[in-house]
Design a protein around this ligand. Structure first.
Ligand code: GBH
Length: 484
């Protein structure tokens, strides 16, 4: 008897499964041209695009904006490709209304932009510049009236030059304090309309690369101990900013960061390698993400740094560990990890010269990062809400005679990352949204305008924007809520 009930139940389950399959992930071609819904995201999934102030705004000396370290750096001979600067960039400061129409036509629900510190507090600390703040009022209001949620980044590398001149920039904790004051000011002004703030974008690029290797602004080459102190002042600035935002912002405002953590991919998905990748994730992100999420620099990091270790107080570590509402990760490249019989328990695998990459030399491809990033955050640190705050690719785009850009390589990159992001949501890892980098071609830092990351092509002479094939793809993915 019991057995036959079980069989009947099993029969019902099988029938339900078959029905579900023909409705969604089935084999038969359907009326919409055989498009299957297998990679469908949760209904609440937030689709977005990302940009950053210095890369798109231009209007570098307008309405009271003063120079940032990037203005100074890009104007020094030989620092950027072709001597390119962000003086004009995409002229978004004037064209923001039409750019918001581009977002609207893609169907994105959210837009991640950054606020230019030197526009809002031109001297780094001290009086606010009303005309600078007013630009972000206009931008936010225009987004909202087009049904797009604003997500604001407070620091995307454009440190006011005045702070570099007065205090040596991030080499001093005065800059961490100035950052938190500025963060509180902006949150106080915008949080009636902006629900999500990111403190800092990508620590490594403005700490190690700005003050160590010196390949990015302000281009200083400090010894290791001083660079570790710069790193510490940066995470401290983040923590103090979290506190300042919470003190100044409307109740319920969400605060997080956008970090380019090393994304550790187990070279084979077997228990030993997965375990090793998880150890590597903590170890390789020790000075930034691990310190922030654990409130402590891992012993191995301090030990390895020896006499060059950062100096810090318990109070500072408590500030650094200020609880976050979400974590954003900018994901581009993988770090392959295998298990090892060493005290660390893992080894980082070098990439062979033949490893595939996109148009930027550094941009090696592994779409699995879109799965492992949210999984590691959920599994290792119990993070509840994760956003992919940047992901995208450069391509050697050409405007063809028919007025189009056929960026099939970027489309391939995007589709495969979305399939892996879908896998993360399907397995229940806490991925809530995806911001594509970038809405349009822009000032790609040291690469100037030679590397294009946009899904809209920008003619920098005429400021004309043209949708690339990937824009069409992204619109379709958003419409179907699906990696198509
Ligand atoms: C992001 O950084 C940035 O947030 C964004 O502003 C930028 O436009 C976008 O990526 C595309 O690059 O010179 O060989 O040392 C991504 C992480 C880390 C990638 C530093 C480039 C320099 C490589 N970046 N890296 S190299």
């Amino acid at each position: 008897m019991a057995q036959s009930i079980t069989r009947r139940k099993l029969g019902k389950i099988a029938a339900a499964l078959a029905a579900a399959e023909s409705a969604g992930a089935g084999m038969a071609a359907t009326q919409d041209g055989g498009v299957r819904g297998y990679y469908r995201f949760p209904n609440s999934f937030l689709w977005g695009c990302a940009t950053a102030a210095y890369q798109i705004e231009g209007a570098a000396a307008q309405d009271g904006r003063k120079p940032s370290v990037w203005d100074a750096w890009s104007h020094m001979p030989g620092k950027t490709a072709n001597g390119d600067t962000g003086d004009i960039a995409c002229d978004h400061y004037h064209l923001y209304k039409q750019d918001i129409q581009l977002l609207k036509s893609l169907g994105v629900k959210a837009y991640r932009f950054s606020v230019a510190w030197p526009r809002v507090v031109p001297e780094g600390s001290g009086p606010a510049n009303e005309r600078g703040l007013a630009f972000y009022d206009r931008l936010v209001d225009e987004l909202l009236s087009n049904g797009i949620q604003p997500f604001a980044t407070l620091y995307h590398w454009d440190l006011p030059q005045a702070l570099e001149d007065r205090h040596g920039g991030w080499a001093s904790s005065e800059t961490s304090k100035a950052f938190s004051e500025y963060a509180g000011l902006v949150a106080g002004r915008l949080s009636d309309r902006v629900g999500h703030f990111f403190t800092v974008n990508e620590f490594l690029c403005f700490t190690d690369q700005g003050y160590g290797s010196g390949i990015k602004a302000p281009g200083r080459k400090l010894p290791d101990g001083a660079v570790n102190q710069v790193r510490h002042h940066a995470v401290l600035g983040h923590g103090l900013a979290v506190q300042a935002i919470r003190a100044a912002a409307k109740a319920g405002t969400k605060v997080g960061l956008a970090e380019n953590a090393r994304i550790c991919v187990p070279v084979i998905e077997s228990a030993p390698h997965v375990g090793a990748a998880s150890k590597a994730m903590r170890a390789l992100n020790a000075p930034f993400l691990t310190a922030i999420l654990e409130g402590k620099y891992p012993d191995a990091y301090l030990l390895a740094a020896g006499r060059n270790a950062p100096r810090f107080t318990a109070d500072e570590m408590r500030a650094i560990a200020s609880p976050l509402d979400f974590v954003g990760l900018n994901i581009y490249t993988p770090t392959y990890i295998r298990a090892a019989d060493s005290p660390a328990g893992f080894v980082e695998l070098p990439q062979p010269a033949s490893y595939p990459r996109m148009a930027s030399e550094w941009l090696t491809i592994a779409p699995e990062i879109a799965y492992w990033a949210p999984r590691h955050l959920g599994e290792i640190w119990g993070v509840k809400d994760v956003y992919i705050t940047e992901n995208g690719s450069s391509s050697t785009d050409r405007l063809t005679a028919d007025g189009k850009v056929y960026d099939t390589d970027r489309l391939m990159y995007l589709r495969n990352h979305l399939v892996n992001a879908h896998r993360a949501t399907a397995e229940g890892w806490p991925l809530r949204g995806y911001f594509l980098w970038s809405l349009m071609d822009n000032f790609e830092w040291a690469d100037g305008y030679t590397k294009r990351f946009g899904i809209y092509y920008v003619d920098f002479k005429t400021q004309k924007r043209t949708p690339k094939l990937t824009a069409e793809y992204y619109r379709e993915a958003i419409k179907r809520n699906c990696a198509v």
